[in-house]
Design a protein. Sequence first.
Length: 278
Amino acid sequence: MVNICFSGNKAVFEGLLMSIMSLSKYSDEDLNIHILTMDLSDENPNFLPFSDEQFEILNEVVKEKNPNSKVQKVDVTKYYVDTLREGKNHKNGYTPYATLRLMLDLVPNMPEKMIYLDVDTMACGDIKVLYDIDVEGFDFAATKDYMGRFWIRKTYCNSGVMLMNLKQIKEDGLFEKCRKMVNDVKMLMPDQSALNKYGKKKYIPFRFNEQRKIKENTIIKHFCKGIVFFLPFGFHIYNIKQWNREKVHKSLKIFMFDDIYERVDKYKESRPSTFKRS
């Protein structure tokens, strides 16, 4: 069994669906997927948790490949409200849902080893290759951040794909330290910066979090922000997600997910209300 964790809200369902479809496509393992979500609609009408109908679709997708696989909803609203809602980064321009993984030490009965994935990731190979990496003695394994090495430091890691050792994380009090920093210090990328500061990291190759062009051995493609340099001194920053189909085709020249686009289209036709963002 491979334990996997995502976080997000109803508005990013299409990205989540595509990511889980890709995981299921390339893996024959039982997938045990936990989705962290919360309801902050009292503050913002768009901050709604994933719906029960959306979870029905996600379970259909994984069970079609393997009946033993499952997708579970983990509502962490209370944990977030109690720990981070009044902090300095609650309204910092990034979605508060990005920080939900910092609640995992508070949620009972979580697996000791899990892969965390941002919803803007797509599997290009078997996720078990990542899951089987030894993280004994480390809080998590992650790749370096491609853009971070230019703007922050060369050892700065990207937390959009992490192989987490929750047992070690709890022993080290990592998430507790991160929550305190996120509450106390205003930051551009609060959760990622806190994880970089306090985490005992094992660096792994870019094939597990490919932030640029897909290679033959890529396991995870991450559709995060990218940068293109122009001679002599120019550069352009782009932010194309896997659900931006036309840009993925025209700008990134990626066509390997076309079968997944077709599957998503069928769900959009049969259950259009499920894809409403609010």
